[in-house]
Ligand binder design. Structure first.
Ligand code: OGA
Ligand code: MN
Length: 276
């Protein structure tokens, strides 16, 4: 089996021609996982998945995880999460507004961060709403050896309060979210030895460093990762689906208006803890 692939940028992104009828074929799934590892962000232009098809694609690639359901008190969250600011939808504005800032999914819940996120564009915003990705794998690989050595063993505490700090004080969150947090290694290590940085808006403090020193390190690494060579901006068309390697890339959406009608459907693949 060989899928038609167009590389978007050397460090990040590939466009894949996938027929919906091939979803579930195990050779296709293996190839998609290999492409995801190689390119970090896979774009399926106008594939037009229904929710059952998106769930089938997710399940074909591995074990599914519902990170929204990991928020205390939200165990009954739908299998497909609707990312939208639409009034009347079961929205969590503080969560969705948080997507405007560089982040990785699921860093503050009580399970390993998702291996990958699957996002489908159901309705576009007339203005804004493009999604940007930045490879923390390419960014880590390009660091000078002495900096890599300095980052070894460093651990970071990630919280929901940190992820909303630009627009919402801690008191604006409910008790459950205010209490959410989890420690992760700054350098994520896969079983095959490849490494990436785990950073972004949820990063609250570096363990064992002063607030100033820790936050300076985190923002320097964020700026380094967000340089053009490591980033890809996806300009959505209706029906596009994008899958990204969640522990190898940051992502953020260009702000869109609450009344834009933008609607994205999200599922995720379960991950495993870092090997070191
Ligand atoms: C998310 C997310 C980006 C987008 O749902 O976790 O970051 O473009 N979404 O809506
Ligand atoms: Mn996200």
């Amino acid at each position: 089996m060989s899928l038609e692939v167009d590389v978007l940028k050397p460090a990040i992104g590939a466009k894949v021609r996938l027929d919906r009828s091939a979803i579930g074929d195990s050779a296709v799934s293996q190839e998609l996982l290999m492409l995801l590892e190689r390119h970090t962000v896979l774009v399926f232009p106008r594939i037009g998945l229904t929710d059952p098809q998106q769930l089938a694609l997710t399940d074909a690639l591995g074990e599914r995880v519902n990170i929204a359901a990991r928020v205390p008190g939200r165990g009954g969250a739908d299998a497909v999460y609707q990312v939208t600011l639409n009034k009347g939808a079961k929205i969590e504005p503080e969560y969705v507004l948080g997507t405007f800032f560089w982040h990785m999914d699921g860093l503050t819940v009580d399970v390993p961060p998702p291996k990958a996120t699957v996002l489908s564009a159901r309705r576009l915003a007339p203005k804004g709403g493009q999604t940007e990705f930045a490879s923390t794998k390419a960014a880590y690989a390009a660091l000078p050896p002495e900096e890599k050595r300095e980052l070894e063993g460093v651990r970071v505490y990630h919280t929901v309060t940190a992820s909303v700090r630009e627009f919402c004080p801690p008191e604006g969150l409910d008790d459950a979210r205010r209490a959410m947090g989890r420690e992760h290694p700054l350098v994520w290590t896969r079983r095959d030895g490849t490494k990436s940085l785990i950073i972004g808006s949820t990063a609250d403090r570096v363990i064992g460093m002063s607030q100033a020193e820790g936050r300076a390190l985190l923002s320097r690494l964020l700026e380094w990762t967000a340089q053009p060579a490591f980033t890809y901006r996806h300009c959505w068309e209706e029906g596009d689906c994008v899958i990204w390697d969640n522990t190898s890339a940051l992502h953020r959406v260009i702000p869109y208006a609450a009344d834009s009608g933008r609607m994205m459907h999200r599922t995720a693949l379960a991950g495993v803890e870092s090997a070191a």
